[in-house]
Design a protein around this ligand. Structure first.
Ligand code: NAP
Length: 211
């Protein structure tokens, strides 16, 4: 799969490394082209000079930028995203990481409003960046929760997450992104409050097969 990743920081870099390792073609961009190039060089990806150039040949576009940057990127890329799947790995954290900036609807639903006709899937936002290179715990894959309203787009995100080694849990429609954004915030909060090492991941235990 050809993936564009917008943002070359903790998440963008780690996802790019894992995706390249899994055999995908990855194009990275950043607000600083030189940074994107350095990260791309270090993981075997390609850097693009701009966000629109990054998404040009991509089937799936992963947003890995600060939550506050998402509306501007939606505006910038709206005309370049036809026929592509947008995977929103962002979390709408405030400046001090002490709360989410959303109330009621999720950032992913707001993004979908901004991108009519382009399917948005919430995925990877519940997974700390440091786990993308090591998505197993006690010999079992960590869970990648995703949510979205378009089945084909969810299938694309599922294929990507599974190729990286995760077990995918389909949480339902995009409305469930509200829960996924709160799950991410909970994991962040407990790591910060307890001085943990930012490696904890979500795993649903017990039977998860249909009756
Ligand atoms: N860190 C985690 O473990 C984790 C886990 C799950 C989800 N998330 C979420 O994922 C997102 C990224 O987190 P992160 O830790 O990777 O942040 P980060 O390390 O600060 O990286 C953010 C990246 O986005 C780039 N960026 C900012 N504005 C941009 C724009 N307009 N166009 C293109 N690139 C832009 C930044 O470029 P410059 O450096 O040049 O500004 C940087 O490369 C956040 O929403 C976060 O809440 C993080």
């Amino acid at each position: 799969m050809h993936i564009a990743i917008i943002g070359s920081g903790n998440v963008g870099g780690a996802l790019a490394a894992a995706a390249v390792k899994a055999g995908h073609t990855v194009t990275l961009s950043s607000s600083d082209g030189e940074k994107a190039e350095a990260v791309a060089d270090s993981v075997g990806a390609t850097a693009a000079a701009t966000n629109p150039a990054a998404v040009e040949d991509a089937e799936a576009v992963v947003l890995a930028v600060p939550g506050a940057a998402v509306p501007g990127i939606a505006e910038e890329l709206r005309d370049s995203l036809a026929g592509k799947v947008v995977i929103d790995s962002t979390n709408p954290l405030n400046d001090t990481f002490s709360d989410l900036t959303t109330s009621g609807r999720s950032a992913a639903e707001l993004l979908q409003d901004d991108l009519p006709g382009v399917p948005v899937v919430k995925a990877f936002n519940t997974i700390l960046a440091g786990r993308h290179g090591n998505p197993t715990e006690d010999g079992k894959p960590l869970d990648a929760f995703l949510a979205g309203d378009d089945p084909a787009a969810k299938a694309t995100a599922t294929a990507l997450a599974e190729s990286l080694g995760y077990r995918v849990i389909d949480a339902g429609g995009l409305r469930m992104a509200r829960s996924l954004e709160e799950m991410a915030f909970l994991n962040i909060s407990v790591n910060a409050a307890n001085g943990w090492v930012w490696q904890s991941g979500w795993k649903l235990v017990g039977p998860t097969v249909a009756e």
